[in-house]
Design a binder for this molecule. Structure first.
Ligand SMILES: C[C@@](CO)(OP(=O)(O)O)[C@H](O)COP(=O)(O)OP(=O)(O)OC[C@H]1O[C@@H](n2ccc(N)nc2=O)[C@H](O)[C@@H]1O
Ligand SMILES: Nc1ncnc2c1ncn2[C@@H]1O[C@H](COP(=O)(O)OP(=O)(O)O)[C@@H](O)[C@H]1O
Length: 300
């Protein structure tokens, strides 16, 4: 048995995020169409005397290193299920922005789970791993699976989607994060007194993904959390406008934000949009990435 395992896990963008009314448990039912994109965290677990988390990368100072870290919680959950102690050093090489609406914490949770499973040789089934992921957070199952998927319930019940091509994206990272619960609360506040329809996946959007057609996808994307994110972070409107003016096929907030996502027709056009966004002074950093990307994968 190797004493160290590394897993690579992708970020996500939500190409559709339809949000229903708040449920009695405080969560919201969703029709959440996830697309994994090629921006990755790498999680390495090494046998150690006790559970410990370290992190490096541009946003490392914003990552909690205690037992609230989703990677630590994943190791504890798997250890508990298999009656052992979670005695590992977890190192996160973080490239996914923190509190950015790209599921970075969820990626680390899924990565640590898969890495500990391989290190300890538990023999857990895929379904068991997915159950633990769902306990850790609504987005965590998708980080394990990757590709493209429709998430229903609170986003944890996944149906894999076919994707007929590669989509080219530009992501603009903001200079501060947004709290996911705060954005859902703002969604509730903005919707007070209105009828919130049941969230349903758009057939036009699923067809666009299946065809790999960027124009059709651009016409179909939607994010019900976008007004709430813009209400809490109005400057994001300038970033969205800058990307649209630079020729993006569409511009939207990724999940609960504040990262903004821009779909481009091809890699050349993505590079142009990225350059214009950098020059616009409306965001902290700009990255290009394409999707679908594979889910959590053992790389060493
Ligand atoms: C909005 C989305 C879209 O993919 O992602 P992010 O933008 O945060 O990356 C997700 O629904 C976030 O999923 P995740 O970050 O795993 O959330 P969780 O830990 O399960 O929940 C955090 C909090 O978000 C709210 N929440 C989350 C999911 C959901 N379906 N309804 C909710 O109301 C609840 O207030 C909950 O307490
Ligand atoms: N491994 C982790 N990486 C990043 N944030 C984490 C991690 N574990 C827990 N968190 C907490 O989760 C919050 C949300 O982070 P993140 O998952 O990056 O954003 P989002 O939910 O917007 O996709 C962070 O502010 C942080 O407090």
């Amino acid at each position: 048995m190797s004493a160290s395992v590394t897993v690579r896990v992708p970020a996500k963008v939500n190409v559709q995020l339809a949000v229903g009314a708040a449920r009695p448990d405080g969560f919201h039912d969703l029709a959440n169409v996830f697309l994994a994109v090629g921006l990755y965290d790498e999680v390495t677990v090494t046998a150690a005397d006790e559970l410990r988390v370290t992190c490096d990368g541009p946003d490392a100072d914003q990552v909690p290193l205690d037992r609230t870290n989703l990677a630590a919680r994943a190791a504890e959950a798997l250890a508990e299920r298999y009656g052992r102690t979670p005695d590992v050093h977890i190192h996160i090489a973080k490239d996914i922005p923190v509190a950015g609406g790209m599921a970075g914490g969820s990626a680390d949770g899924a990565g640590a789970l898969l890495a500990c499973d391989a290190l300890w040789g538990t023999g857990a089934s895929r379904d068991e791993l997915l159950d633990i992921c769902a306990e850790l957070g609504s987005d965590v199952p998708f980080s394990l699976v990757g590709g493209a998927a429709l998430g229903t319930g609170r986003g944890e019940k996944l149906t894999t989607l076919e994707v007929g091509g590669t989509f080219h994206w530009v992501f603009a990272m903001a200079d501060r994060g947004l709290s996911t619960p705060a954005v859902f609360r703002e969604f509730d506040r903005l919707g007070e007194g209105t009828d919130i329809p049941e969230p349903l996946a758009s057939q036009a959007l699923l067809d666009a993904l299946a065809k790999g057609d960027p124009d059709a996808l651009a016409a179909a994307v939607s994010n019900d959390l976008q007004p709430a994110a813009l209400s809490l972070f109005p400057e994001l409107a300038d970033t969205l406008a800058a990307g649209r003016a630079a020729g993006a096929l569409t511009a939207l907030v990724s999940g609960s934000g504040p990262t903004t996502a821009f779909l481009a027709r091809d890699p050349e056009s993505a590079a142009k949009v990225a350059e214009a966004l950098r020059a616009s002074g409306t965001c902290r950093t700009v990255r290009t990435a394409s999707g679908p990307a594979p889910g959590a994968t053992v790389i060493g």
